[in-house]
Design a protein around this ligand. Structure first.
Ligand SMILES: O=C[C@H](O)[C@H](O)[C@H](O)COP(=O)(O)O
Length: 237
C-alpha cells in the first residue's frame, strides 16, 4: 500500500511520461491508443492537442480507451480503413532494463494491445519508475489470455510447461472476461534462468492460449517519468 505522497508522486511521474509520449504525435499521423491509467493520461493529452487543431486518426486497444477517445472527440477508425499505424503509445506493467522487453496486460487488454502494436511502425511505452525491473516477473505476474472453453485443461498444460497460473477473478467471484470474451490466467515467472523468448514460443504453441503479455523486441522507446523530468530509453536495433 502506498502513502498519499507516494501515490501523488507516481501520478505526477505517469503524467510527465504521458505528456512527453503524446508530444511525439505529429499532424497527419495514424495513432494507436493504449489502455490503462498511464494511457488514459496520454489520451487526455492527445485529446487536448486535437482540440487545439492536431489532425490525427486513431485506433484504440480497448473499449474503455475507445470510449475515452470518442468523448474527447479524437477521430477514431479501424483496421478496415487504416492498414498501418505510424505510432502507438501504451503503458506497461514491467519493462526489463537493457532489453526493453515488456510485460503487459494487467488491464486485461493485451490481445488488442499486441494487435495494434504490431500494426504500428513505432511503439512508445510510457511508465513511471516502479515499472523498471531487472528480471521480468519480479513484481508482476504474466497475463496469458486463454479461451474459456476448457480453460481448466489449458491451465493444467500451462502448469506442465512450468507456468504456475491462477485464473483472474472479478470481485463478484466470476472470471474476468476480456474485450475479446476470453479469460486471463496470471502466471508466476521463475526468477532464475527465465528465458523470455523460449517462454513466448511455448505459450504461443499451447492450444487454448490466445496470446500472452510478453512484448519482446516491440518497444521502440520507453519514456520513464520521474520526480523532476523524464528519461527516454531507446531500443538497440
Ligand atoms: O492491459 C493493460 C495494459 O497492458 C496496461 O498498459 C498496463 O497494465 C499498464 O497499466 P497502467 O498504466 O495502469 O499501470
Amino acid at each position: 500500500m502506498s502513502t498519499p505522497e507516494q501515490a501523488n508522486s507516481t501520478d505526477a511521474a505517469k503524467r510527465r511520461a504521458a505528456v512527453w509520449a503524446a508530444s511525439q504525435v505529429e499532424d497527419g499521423m495514424k495513432v494507436g491508443l493504449g489502455t490503462g491509467s498511464t494511457s488514459a493520461l496520454v489520451i487526455e493529452e492527445v485529446g487536448r492537442r486535437v482540440a487545439e487543431g492536431l489532425r490525427i486518426t486513431a485506433i484504440a486497444t480497448s473499449e474503455a480507451s475507445q470510449k475515452q477517445a470518442l468523448g474527447l472527440k479524437i477521430p477514431m477508425s479501424d483496421f478496415a480503413h487504416l492498414p498501418q499505424l505510424d505510432l502507438t503509445i501504451d503503458g506497461a506493467d514491467e519493462v526489463q532494463e537493457g532489453t526493453l522487453y515488456l510485460i503487459k496486460g494487467h488491464g486485461g487488454a493485451l490481445l488488442r494491445e499486441k494487435i495494434v502494436a504490431i500494426a504500428s511502425k513505432k511503439l512508445i511505452i510510457a511508465v513511471d519508475p516502479r515499472k523498471l525491473v531487472k528480471t521480468l516477473g519480479a513484481v508482476f505476474t504474466l497475463p496469458v489470455e486463454i479461451v474459456p472453453f476448457g480453460f481448466e485443461t489449458t491451465m493444467r498444460r500451462l502448469k506442465d510447461l512450468g507456468f504456475d497460473c491462477e485464473l483472474r477473478m472479478n470481485d463478484d467471484g466470476k472470471p474476468f472476461v476480456t474485450d475479446g470474451q476470453h479469460y486471463i490466467a496470471h502466471c508466476k515467472l521463475p526468477q532464475v534462468g527465465f528465458d523470455a523468448k523460449q517462454a513466448a514460443e511455448k505459450l504461443k504453441a499451447t492450444v487454448g492460449v490466445v496470446e500472452h503479455g510478453l512484448f519482446l523486441g516491440m518497444a521502440s522507446k520507453v519514456v520513464i517519468g520521474g520526480p523532476e523530468g523524464i528519461q527516454v530509453l531507446e531500443a538497440a536495433r
